[in-house]
Design a protein around this ligand. Structure first.
Ligand SMILES: Cc1cc2nc3c(=O)[nH]c(=O)nc-3n(C[C@H](O)[C@H](O)[C@H](O)COP(=O)(O)O)c2cc1C
Length: 265
């Protein structure tokens, strides 16, 4: 499927929802039900068209999904599972890794990883086992619950150390962030998670809304219909990006040799 066909299909799915939103205002509940049915039908039609396009394609591309919540079966896991399911429909494999609920160290700027790149000097938490998967994946998606208007501390520590010590293995690969919250701080969290991608030549993959899912108690995210839809579109867009670039990372396409300059003279 080319880009134009892809956008047309996406617009078909999204447009169904937009139309129904305005239609629902005027309609009675039966009309709303019928509208919802036809939206669903349109979305399923678009999704099965995607799946049909991919039925012959080999699953030779893989997305690494990082669950940054200490709750293994919480709302972040639901958001990531929706992405994984939709990637699968697009013929793309995924692997989900969990930051866990054990202690994770922060970066201490010892720069030992500059002497011996590839791993953090601390080998007593999940950081190195996660960053070891960078080389074998074609793209990265990091999901985090919102804590105090920010990403969870553990996932930030893992990303900061993993990118510092083994960033070369993930540089240039498409990436996306997902923020999961009860009510507030999602966009700040989303932006914070996107920051490392944007200085690592990683094309940031978007959706039809910011990648935000709402829920408080574990399981509630599944009830956020728009959030789940945002996850599916994110997966569709990630699949498109990977196929468009044939999984080749960006470095070498545009990056110049680094000319570092700071402002202390
Ligand atoms: C320490 C802590 C701080 C939190 N801070 C926020 C917050 O700032 N904004 C918000 O909307 N939700 C906040 N929450 C709620 C979580 O983001 C929400 O329950 C989310 O669904 C958790 O995702 P999980 O189930 O994947 O762990 C906080 C939860 C905890 C435990």
């Amino acid at each position: 499927m080319n880009r134009r066909e892809f956008i047309e299909k996406s617009a078909l799915a999204a447009g169904g929802v937009l139309l129904s939103a305005s239609g629902a205002k005027a309609g009675n509940s039966q009309a709303k039900g019928e509208q919802a049915g036809s939206e669903q039908a349109k979305t399923e039609q678009a999704n099965s068209a995607n799946a049909a396009d991919n039925k012959d394609s080999k699953k030779d591309m893989k997305v690494l999904l990082i669950n940054g919540s200490p709750r293994p079966k919480g709302n972040t896991s639901i958001a990531l599972a929706e992405v994984a399911k939709q990637l699968e429909k697009n013929g793309i494999e995924s692997e989900t890794v969990w930051v866990g609920n054990k202690a994770v160290r922060g970066c201490i700027a010892c720069n030992k990883c500059k002497e011996k790149p590839g791993a953090c000097v601390f080998n007593d938490d999940v950081c190195n086992s996660i960053s070891a998967k960078f080389a074998e994946c074609d793209a990265l998606i990091v999901g985090s619950p919102v804590y105090w208007g920010q990403p969870n501390g553990a996932v930030l520590s893992v990303i900061q150390r993993a990118f510092y010590s083994n960033g070369g293995a993930i540089a240039g690969k498409p990436a996306a962030a997902i923020a999961v919250c009860r009510r507030g701080g999602a966009t700040a969290t989303f932006e914070a998670l996107n920051m490392p991608f944007q200085m690592m030549n990683m094309p940031v993959v978007t959706s039809q809304y910011w990648n935000i899912v709402y829920g408080r108690e574990a399981g509630q995210a599944a009830l956020d219909k728009e959030g789940m839809q945002t996850m599916r579109t994110l997966a569709n867009n990630m699949a498109w990006m990977l196929k468009a670039t044939e999984g080749k990372p960006a470095p070498g396409r545009g990056e110049e040799p680094w000319e570092p300059m700071h402002f202390i003279r």
